[in-house]
Design a protein around this ligand. Structure first.
Ligand code: BGC
Length: 498
């Protein structure tokens, strides 16, 4: 077999067929349902205690701190009450040592330190005034890990995901840990809301969209990790809930769908997936995330290419010198776990020119090898495999979104409002379905939305007509601002009750 035939054959292992989409979606809805009945270890359906979307009329100032899989962000937000806002941001890459720190105290001290620095830099005067008036600023804690909530501002960490492993935080209330660290800096700041990033993205979109268009009921993240939130009827949540507002009859649920089908009953599973799982921080867990999110797709590609390279008949990168001193110091990225970023897959998908010049250049730079050893066949083989991994991820992502739309009852009522032709000239004329998404993969991978749409249209309860009703908008960096909005609403609610 030639290199290109071998690449095609591997790519075929990543095909996620229409039948697979339908089968997975059935199981997905089953798991969503199960998670509403009892506390399960997989799709754990975390109640968020947020029962309505933002209206765009909220007014006030609040803060957010956002612990993601890659960055730590702090922001302050002033909501003007007319769907506009003013925000100030600070961002820092999370130091790798912190993700595996010996104690949670180190992590929370760092977060509080960043909040302190941010306030000193941007809000020194406001700090003084707050101290004098003994008032506090509400803070939303965007925590992009599974923390089981029993109220809007408490959540017990069930397990770490992505690159984090700090055992002594597991089973503790992360809001309390953050509040203690903030108090050590003597800051007039109160953690009033714990917010998953998917919910933050959704709230940001609902605040900034004109009221008449706000029908957003699903939020999703496809970045370093993946997750989704959707609006569920309270009557369907039969496991125990803490005190909550029941005036809307609904509550946003954070699915934690990264752990969908950990038992691999229906998900695609190649020998490469098995390898990636084995070298990950959490083997056996987050099995859906490991096929979909940005943290894992680059590594999947590296693992596949390593195998291809080890096959002398394939002839991938023939004659390459991995430790070419002209290409820089350090271990060869090709043999270093996690050294290939998922952006390489985006690059591959974006390059459709005959000779694949952009991908070729990116390969030389990423792998630190000499261009002389990257043949046209090599680049084509990399593209074939990268595209297959990316397409499978996007179709799986689409399957997840479709499942929560169906479970949340969004695809049944509104479809009748479609014109008989099923063709929507102006989507805002019909009662559509709106979803807010964010994350590097959905934002930067060319064709991600197109592949998701393909998956939606093959699911019976959606179909091509339903697919056309679904509007999707990127809530860029919305998770922090959304958390600040929720924090402000939570503080207003508490003051209203008192
Ligand atoms: C976490 C979720 C988070 C998602 C996206 C997953 O690894 O478990 O809580 O929402 O990543 O950041």
């Amino acid at each position: 077999m030639s290199l290109s035939q071998k690449a095609e054959s591997i790519a075929s292992e990543f095909v996620f067929s229409d039948d697979d989409v339908r089968k997975c979606s059935k199981q997905f809805i089953f798991e969503l349902d199960k998670g509403l009945k009892s506390v399960v270890p997989t799709v754990c359906q975390i109640p968020t205690y947020v029962t309505k979307v933002a209206r765009g009329t909220e007014k006030g100032v609040s803060l957010a701190v956002d612990l993601g899989g890659t960055n730590l962000r702090v922001c302050s937000v002033e909501l003007n009450g007319d769907t506009t806002l003013t925000a100030k941001h600070a961002k820092k890459v999370i130091p790798p040592g912190i993700m595996t720190a010996a104690t949670g105290a180190e992590l929370f001290h760092l977060i509080a330190h960043e909040i302190d620095q941010f306030l000193q830099l941007h809000h020194r005067d406001a700090l003084e005034k707050l101290r004098q008036s003994k008032d506090v600023l509400p803070l939303g804690f965007t925590f992009s890990y599974p923390a089981y909530q029993t109220s809007i501002n408490s959540g017990i960490l069930l397990r770490w995901t992505k690159g984090f492993v700090i055992p002594d935080v597991v089973n503790k209330d992360v809001c309390q840990l953050l509040q203690v660290a903030i108090d050590e800096f003597n800051l007039p700041v109160e953690v009033t809301a714990l917010v998953n990033d998917a919910l933050g993205a959704l709230m940001f979109r609902t605040y900034t969209l004109p009221l008449s268009q706000t029908r957003t009921s699903v939020g999703a993240i496809f970045g370093t990790g993946t997750n989704g939130v959707y609006l569920e009827k309270l009557s369907n949540i039969t496991k125990s809930l803490g005190n909550h507002d029941d005036s809307t009859g609904e509550m946003f649920i954070s699915c934690e769908w990264g752990s969908f089908d950990n038992g691999l009953l229906v998900q695609p599973n190649t020998t490469y997936d098995v390898k990636v799982d084995q070298i990950s921080m959490n083997p056996g867990n987050q099995m859906f995330e490991k096929r979909v999110s940005g943290m894992f797709q680059g590594e999947l590609l590296r693992v596949v290419l390593n195998e291809l390279y080890a096959d002398p008949d394939a002839g991938l990168f023939r004659g390459v010198q991995w430790n070419d001193p002209a290409q820089g110091e350090g271990p060869a990225p090709f043999f270093t776990p996690w050294a290939i970023d998922t952006s390489l897959l985006s690059m591959a998908a974006a390059d459709n020119a005959q000779e694949l010049p952009a991908l070729s250049k990116a390969l030389v730079e990423t792998l630190r090898i000499s261009a002389d050893h990257v043949s046209a066949d090599d680049v084509r083989a990399v593209k074939t495999i990268a595209d297959a991994i990316g397409k499978r991820a996007a179709r799986l992502a689409g399957m997840a979104i479709a499942s929560v739309l169906i479970k949340g009852g969004r695809m049944t009522v509104d479809r009748n409002l479609l014109p008989v032709t099923g063709i929507v000239e102006n989507p805002s004329d019909v009662e559509g379905v709106d979803i807010a998404v964010d994350g590097s993969v959905v934002e930067l991978y060319p064709g991600f939305e197109r592949y998701m749409r393909e998956a939606w249209s093959v699911i019976d309860d959606i179909g091509p007509a339903g697919e056309r009703m679904i509007k999707m908008g990127i809530a860029k960096d919305g998770s922090s601002i959304g958390a600040a909005i929720i924090a402000l609403i939570a503080q207003m609610d508490v003051r209203h009750i008192q």
